[in-house]
Design a protein around this ligand. Structure first.
Ligand code: CLF
Ligand code: SF4
Length: 499
């Protein structure tokens, strides 16, 4: 079965696309059921559902040049983060507590702090207990792939439906620049030979998982000058083997993290470089663009971390009736699904109206140019956050074809009140720099000061679409921009279109 059918790249060009939620609608029912509420495997689900990680796996069997072992595995996490290590028993207690208190949680992932499959007993014991005690939670694991082929059958036994393999290259010459060594058959193997073994294991593991019906996401770290061009070939190769989704993440390399790349001054990609490469790979397979490079002990919606609410001492004091919590979770999931259906319908109508714009054009040259817009949201798929409270903005591209998600951009908190107000101007300038390629910011509210500075920077603040579904609101703002004539392409015959 070809699983590579989710298009997040704009997809159908002619008649107006469905929303990101609709882009799953053509998948076979069995696959859709596995991804529809997984916040990483479905872009739309990440607005509505949460995940958690438990850090049970301390050891690693390879060395990546972007990793310092004092910190979490950088194959999924932001470098420089240290997670609290748990035993499998404690991890299971924590999952039960979180699942009972955060009803949106649908997935438990193990992603570090080392490589989960280099710690097979701890990882598999955690999964084994959870598949018995919390059968309504999906299980997910992330690995560098070296030990994968040997544990694939164990993974399947424990009901693990989603696996992520970090594959940065399919060429050992490229690999030799990323991995100084691997630990293989009780000895350290270095250089090209190490990369050759790692690549062979990753590819074999991927094939074995696909054969067994497990959904595989491939993560790749984009390292400018090392594997940037090569990642297009990686995307083609993993698609051909049946991977479901490709997540190209930016290298984060700072000297203070003490990694090889950080210390040697290897730079990470700009937002534009990342987006260009994701677009180039999107021709070959479905791309994940909403990854937040979570901690190995992250809890909550993607982009938020509620781990401090579930420390071991707090968990000890919680009385949990998991049967009752499961029933409540099921009710809340039904409410979420009803909301999603309503949002899909509203967004679908907005998209039909977008496509009518296109039909009204005389020539391709007259087509209004696409526009990037940033959105402040706390989740739920709607515009519901004050500009000053946003810690990240979701960036979308609107065009006459559709509205597509481009990526999440983290920012410092502009308005935290109290003593930090003296820094506000500087922080605001940083936010404006982060959003410099956007032409509008949609939020529930915004203060006078940021409003005027955004306008001065050529970014139009917009608080008129509070509580509306994101894609619908963006489509409406885009149509207003088209109608005002501000998006006409240079040299095109002027047109005045109405939505
Ligand atoms: Fe965790 Fe990873 Fe499973 Fe998701 S995270 S193990 S697939 S449940 Fe998701 Fe976080 Fe990105 Fe990972 S946003 S870092 S891709
Ligand atoms: Fe670090 Fe993860 Fe690479 Fe291991 S696989 S070296 S933990 S980034």
């Amino acid at each position: 079965m070809d699983l590579n059918v989710v298009s997040q790249s704009g997809g159908c060009a002619s008649s107006g696309c469905g929303s990101s939620a609709d882009r799953l609608s053509h998948l076979p029912e069995a696959i859709r059921a596995k991804v529809d509420n997984h916040p990483c495997f479905s872009e739309d689900a990440h607005h509505h559902y949460a995940r958690m990680h438990v850090a049970v796996a301390p050891a690693c069997n390879i060395q990546c040049h972007y990793c310092n072992r004092k910190y979490d595995c950088s194959n999924e996490s932001r470098p420089g983060v240290v997670s609290e290590l748990l035993t499998p028993d404690r991890a299971v207690k924590k999952v039960i507590a979180v699942a009972a208190n955060i009803p949106q949680m649908t997935v438990l992932g193990i992603a570090g702090p080392g490589d989960p499959l280099a710690n097979p007993e701890r990882t598999l014991e955690t999964f084994r207990q959870l598949s018995e005690k919390a059968p309504d939670i999906r299980l997910c694991v992330s690995t560098n792939g070296l030990a994968l082929p040997e544990v694939v059958d164990e993974i399947c036994k424990h009901n693990i439906e989603h696996v992520t393999i970090t594959i940065n290259c399919v060429d050992p010459d490229v690999g030799a620049k990323i991995y100084p060594w691997i630990f293989w058959n009780n000895r350290r193997v270095k250089g090209r030979k190490a990369a050759e073994i790692l690549i062979a294991q990753q590819q074999k593991g991927l094939e074995m998982l696909v054969e067994r019906g497990v959904l595989v996401k491939v993560n790749s770290v984009l390292i400018p000058g090392v594997n940037d061009e090569h990642l297009k070939e990686v995307s083609r190769a993993v698609k051909a083997k049946g991977a479901f989704l490709h997540n190209v993440m930016p290298l984060i390399a700072e000297p203070e993290h003490g990694t090889f790349y950080g210390l040697m001054g290897q730079r990470g990609p700009s937002n534009e470089e990342l987006q260009t490469l994701q677009d180039a790979c999107a021709g070959d397979m479905a791309m994940m663009r909403h990854c937040r490079q979570c901690r190995a002990d992250a809890v909550g919606m993607l982009g938020e971390d509620r781990g401090h609410e579930f420390t071991l001492d707090k968990i000890e004091t919680m009385e949990i009736d998991y049967e009752a919590a499961m029933a409540r979770r099921a009710e809340i999931h039904a409410e979420i699904e009803a909301n999603r259906t309503a949002q899909r319908q509203q967004t679908g109508e907005a998209f039909v109206s977008l496509s009518s714009l296109k039909r009204g054009l005389k020539t391709k040259a007259a087509e209004p140019r696409p526009v990037l817009m940033a959105v402040a949201t706390t989740g739920g798929g709607v515009i519901n956050q004050h500009f000053g409270h946003a810690r990240e903005f979701l960036v979308y591209e609107a065009s006459v074809n559709d509205v597509r998600f481009v990526g999440a951009r983290k920012v410092d908190l502009y308005c935290s009140g109290g003593d930090t107000c003296g820094d506000a101007e500087t922080t605001l300038q940083k936010i404006i720099r982060t959003l410099k390629d956007c032409e509008a910011v949609l939020c529930s509210k915004i203060g006078y000061e940021p409003w005027s500075q955004l306008e001065e920077a050529g970014i139009t603040p917009n608080g008129e679409h509070a509580m509306e579904p994101i894609e619908e609101a963006i489509a409406a703002v885009y149509q207003e921009m088209v109608a005002s004539g501000q998006l006409e392409q240079a040299g095109a015959e002027p047109q005045r279109l109405t939505a």
